[in-house]
Design a binder for this molecule. Structure first.
Ligand SMILES: O=C(O)CCC(=O)C(=O)O
Length: 275
């Protein structure tokens, strides 16, 4: 109801955003990806994305990992013992430069078109993130290691790139239950759930683990697909890029700007980042 009311109050802004969405190029494989995202709640976009942009993201990731000890000391986001956030040094007043490879990757026309057709609205880029997941030894599972839906907004999609090979379960793959099978949990208030709780309502055969090599990229509707990950075992580590998009208008008050203009931007890019 909140979302509908907010959308109703901003019909002019919505019409403008749809007009901008309509200026994006189209391609049959993007339409197919959008349809898959709508029906299943996820889609593999590895063959769709610009490989050189993915490689630029990976180069940033590799550099951060080389300097891991130094960066760990500076980490702001310290509540998850199995997660290290490595981008804090790239922020100025909490904002990323718009020419940062992580931002460029999230602004690809194909990705915006896939998300836009799915949301019937130009998506809003909310955040970009680099995380290194580490073995959590014998600690109980916590946070995103447990099954959850994202509640950042009503419609939330995440674009991921694996920046290390995820070869098997020990590498802590992103694991999800496609949207149709996640339905029994759609209106659940409980946010993070154990396997036992989930598998009373969903058959284990519905679970999909994304086992895929470095530079694989995929979009998941994380507000509709129960998901978890980072259950790293033995001596493995996993490096992951995440871009989070919402369908505007945002249900909660807009947080401080996450992006700062550096270099020229198109009207589409400005609208996607609210700049
Ligand atoms: O670490 C993972 O694989 C899970 C990530 C996750 O739950 C999220 O980005 O919402």
């Amino acid at each position: 109801m909140t979302k509908t009311a907010l959308t109703g109050m901003q019909l002019g802004a919505r019409a403008k955003r749809i007009e901008i969405l309509n200026t994006l190029p189209v391609a049959p494989e993007w339409s197919e990806a959008s349809r898959k995202l709508r029906d299943d709640g996820y889609v593999d976009v590895t063959s769709i994305v610009d490989r050189s942009l993915a490689q630029a993201v990976a180069a940033v990731g590799d550099d951060k990992v080389r300097r891991l000890a130094e960066l760990k000391g500076k980490q702001q986001l310290g509540h998850k013992s199995f997660w290290v956030s490595l981008l804090d040094e790239d922020l100025v007043d909490g904002a990323f430069a718009t020419d940062h490879p992580f931002v460029r990757y999230a602004l690809q026309p194909g990705i915006l078109r896939i998300l836009g057709d799915f949301m019937h609205e130009l998506p809003q880029l909310s955040d970009v993130l680099l995380t290194q997941s580490l073995p959590s030894e014998n600690k109980p599972l916590s946070y995103s290691q447990l099954w959850h839906l994202d509640h950042d907004d009503k419609r939330v999609c995440k674009l991921f790139i694996y920046l290390t090979d995820v070869r098997d379960t020990k590498d802590g793959p992103l694991t999800f239950i496609p949207a149709p099978s996640s339905k029994p949990f759609r209106n659940t208030i409980k946010s993070h759930m154990t396997d036992d709780k989930v598998f009373t309502k969903v058959d284990r055969s519905a679970v999909k683990e994304i086992i895929a090599p470095k530079l694989s990229s995929f979009i998941v509707n994380t507000a509709r697909c129960l998901h978890m990950g980072s259950r790293i075992q033995s001596d493995r580590t996993r490096l992951l890029y995440t871009a989070t998009y919402i369908q505007p208008p945002r249900m909660y008050p807009e947080p401080p700007a996450r992006f700062r203009t550096t270099g020229p931007l198109s009207d589409i890019e400005r609208a996607v980042m609210r700049l």
